[in-house]
Ligand binder design. Sequence first.
Ligand code: ADP
Length: 491
Amino acid sequence: MATVAPERVSRPQVRQTTCFIDGKWIPSASGKTFETIHPATEEVICEVAEGDKADVDLAVDAAREAFENGPWATMDARDRGQLMHKLADLIEAEIDELAALETLDNGKPITDSRNADLPLVVDCLRYYAGWADKIQGDTIPIRGDYLCYTRREPVGVVGQIIPWNFPALMAAWKWGPALAAGCTIVMKPAEQTPLTCLRMARLAQKAGIPDGVINVVPGYGPTAGAAIVEHPDVDKIAFTGELATAKIIQRAAAESMKRLTFELGGKSPNVIFADADLEHAVAGAHFALYFNQGQCCCAGSRLFVEDKVHDEVVDRIADWNAKHAVGDPFDPNTKQGPQVDQAQFEKVLQYVDYGRQDGASCVTGGKRVGDQGYFVEPTLFTGVTDEMRIAQDEIFGPVLSVLKFSDVDELVKRANNTNFGLAAAVWTRDVAKAHRFAAKVRAGTVWVNCYDVFDAAAPFGGFKESGIGRELGEAGLAAYTENKTVTLSLG
Ligand code: ADP
C-alpha cells in the first residue's frame, strides 16, 4: 500500500448533502434533515437530508426500473467493468479531498484515511471491475439427450446498509460486487458518516454509471434502514453493523425471503506465543487493537500472551501507548483520533468501568483526553479473565484486554470461548503451531505473524454470530448472483 504522508490538510468542502435517487439530487420527501458532526470538535459540519420510507420507495422504484429496463440491464458486461474503472479513476483523482472528507465526518487520522481507507476503496472497485465480464456459468453433463447449462444472473435490486467505522470503504465493498454482477443499489450510509458515500455517488454519476443504478438514501436505521429491509421489491440485503440490528433485519426480511449477507461484530483472539519475534508481535498486537480508534469489527481485542513473555509484552505495549499520539485527526502525526460520537465515547468509558469493577488492572489510559471531542486514552487492561465483560463484549474502542495462558490445548478452547468468530491471529516462529491454531480456531479469517491484512481478492466474513456469507473475493461476488439452470432437449 502506498504510504503518502499528507501535509497538514485543510478542511474539505462538503458538496453533496441530499438524497441521490434516479440520478437526481433531492431533499427528503418530508423536508427533514439531520446534523452530521466532526467528532474531534463536536461541531456541526452540515445538515443532511433525512430520508425515510417515502424516499426509499422512490429509490427502490428507480433501482427496479434501472435493473429491468435501463441501459444497465442491456449493457455488455465488459462496458459495465469500464464504467467501474472510470469510477475508481475519478475517486483516485480526488483521493486527497475524499480522505479529508472521511476524516472530517468520522474523525479518523488523515494518514489512515489517505493511506489506507481511500486506496483500498480504489483497489476494491478495480478488482471487481475486472470481474464484470468473467461471471460465467457451466455446461453440465446431465443424463439423457439434453444440453444443460447454468447462467449466473444478477440477484436484482440490492439494499445495502453500512456502518460508520470505514464509511467509504464499506461503500466500495458493497458497490464493487453488486455493480460487477449487474445489480442495482439502494444504499443507506450510517447516520454518523454520510458524506463520503454521497461524494462517491456523485463521482459514479460523473463516471457515467446510469441513473437509478446507485441510489443513496441517508437517514436513520429504524426508519430509512428498516424501509429498505421491509420493501417487497428489494431482492437482497447486505448489512454491516451490530448483531442486535442484524437480528431485527433477519426477522423483517423473512417476510419476503430476501437474500441476506451479514458482516457483524467480533471479539477476536490474538495469540502471542513465547517463541514469537516479540518486537514484531507487539507492534502487530498494538496495531490490531488501536488502529482506527479500536473501531474495527475484527479488532484483536483479546490478547492472549504466553505466561513466559507476558510481563515483557505488557511493558512494551504500555511503552507504545505512551507514545501513541492522540489528537487532531487532521494533523499528519496523529495516530489516534476521537471515537465517532458521544454514544460510542460513553460506551467505551463504561467498559473501562466494567473492567475495573470486574477486577482487571488498568495499566495505561482509562480516561477521556481533553474536554472537547470524543477522545479516549489508549487503554490497557491486564489480569483479564475469560468471563469478564471486557473479555466477552465488543467494546469498539481503544481498550485492550490481556489474558495470560500457559497450556496450548486450553488456549484454543479459550480463544473459541465467544459467540463471535470473525478473525483471529497467532504470532510464533513455529509453523506447525501456527497452522494447528489456524485450523482449530473458529474464525473467518486467521492472520499468522500479521494482522489486518486485507485484500479485495481475499474473502472476509464471520463464523457464528459474526455474520453470514463472505465479502470480497469471488465469494463476495457469488452473494450478488443467482444461479439459473437451463435444460434444453436435443431430442
Ligand atoms: P453501529 O454500532 O455500527 O452503529 P448499527 O447496527 O446500529 O451498528 O448500525 C449499522 C447500520 O445499520 C447503520 O447504517 C444504521 O443506521 C443501520 N440500522 C440501525 N438500525 C437499523 C434497523 N432497524 N434496520 C435497518 N438498518 C438499521
